[in-house]
Ligand binder design. Structure first.
Ligand SMILES: Nc1ncnc2c1ncn2[C@@H]1O[C@H](COP(=O)(O)OP(=O)(O)OP(=O)(O)O)[C@@H](O)[C@H]1O
Ligand SMILES: CC(C)(CO)[C@@H](O)C(=O)NCCC(=O)O
Length: 318
């Protein structure tokens, strides 16, 4: 569930109540619990609507929101507000939603995949016995996927298969090397398992994203959701997949505030529904969650803010 940071106390003579905007499945699942334990009503906002509203807002209001990431190099992308649409928004949460965005409130969820962040975390937990997502992610940083993945070179006696554009080091079959010896799970290092898993899932998401971008002629793909967490290897793998499948035509772009799109969108719905006292051009504070950084190389704010600061941005809705 994404809960926005604003809390509204609505004065109403017949029904004096406190409510917060919420979106995602949790807004339904935990509605009764919020009411019962806290006396707060959850006002449900559509998840896709909120994701798109949040992404559009960030892309327009925040300088240096989007960046590309390739070979360890982060490059911020200058967004032309008049030339933002259409784009593909790929939200990688537990599952993955792919949304074609054509404008403010104009979008279509064109695809999705159940192989997402929940798959990485769930399978990773079973295979490595690690206790937290952060631990799993940390393991992957130290792992070597070549130990478990079957590479083109493993099949072709160390050679590239250049005729079809595959180098000897390309993965021919994720986890495929595990079939060719008598190793059991405990013979593999959790680090290597985690690395292969992360690579398999990120690669797959990158590939499906590109195929959907191709389907609709979209050049720009923005990735959001709490899965990436600014983790360099995750972003690198997604970028390489998009680059590889598009033959360099399309670019994967990541959002600095990737995990907060839905919450932001829910927050902004106060304005949409004329319920709040947010005014056009009123500055809002977006809290920056330092906990969203697990990668020691990752500092989403390395450009202009430190982790504890809030960010000033302008709500410039028509
Ligand atoms: N500290 C963490 N604990 C658990 N999962 C984490 C953590 N940090 C990142 N993740 C990743 O984020 C994913 C959840 O992302 P997010 O919160 O955006 O989605 P969600 O709302 O649960 O899912 P969906 O969008 O499918 O409804 C997890 O499956 C996991 O891969
Ligand atoms: C079900 C949602 C939308 C909940 O956020 C998400 O987890 C998702 O997009 N899952 C992928 C489902 C699919 O398209 O196969």
């Amino acid at each position: 569930m994404k809960v926005n940071s604003g809390f509204q106390h609505q004065e109403n003579p017949t029904n004096d109540r406190s409510f917060i905007k919420a979106t995602g499945g949790g807004a339904y699942k935990f509605s009764d619990l919020f009411k019962e334990k806290l006396g707060i009503s959850l006002e449900k906002e559509d998840e896709m609507d909120c994701l798109v509203t949040g992404a559009n807002f960030l892309l327009k209001a925040v300088n240096h929101e989007a960046f590309t990431y390739l070979n360890g190099q982060k490059e911020f992308v200058q967004i032309d507000h008049n030339d933002l649409y259409p784009y593909l928004l790929v939200n990688i949460g537990s599952g993955v939603s792919m949304i074609k965005v054509d404008g403010d409130g104009k979008f279509e969820r064109v695809s999705g995949t159940s192989v997402g962040g929940g798959t990485f975390w769930g399978l990773g937990k079973l295979l490595t016995k690690c206790q937290s997502f952060d631990e799993l992610l940390e393991l992957s940083q130290r792992g070597n996927n070549r130990v478990i993945d079957m590479l083109v070179g493993d099949i072709y006696g160390g050679m590239d298969y250049s005729k079809i554009g595959l180098s000897s080091t390309a993965i021919a079959s994720s986890f495929g090397r595990a079939i060719s010896n008598s190793n059991e799970l405990h013979d593999y290092k959790p680090e290597d398992v985690s690395r292969s898993l992360l690579r398999m899932i990120s690669n797959n998401i990158g590939q499906i994203s590109y195929l959907n971008a191709l389907r609709f002629g979209l050049k720009r793909i923005f990735f959001g959701g709490f899965f990436t967490r600014g983790h360099s290897y995750t972003m690198d793998t997604i970028s390489v997949a998009v680059h590889f499948w598009s033959k360099g035509e399309a670019k994967a772009m990541f959002l600095r505030h990737e995990g907060f799109l839905g919450a932001l969108g829910a927050f902004m719905s106060y304005e949409r529904h004329s319920l709040g006292d947010l005014m056009v051009n009123q500055a809002v504070q977006i809290p920056v969650d330092a906990s969203s950084s697990t990668d020691t190389n990752y500092n989403p704010l390395e450009r202009d803010l430190n982790e504890t600061e809030s960010m000033q941005c302008s709500v410039y809705q028509a």
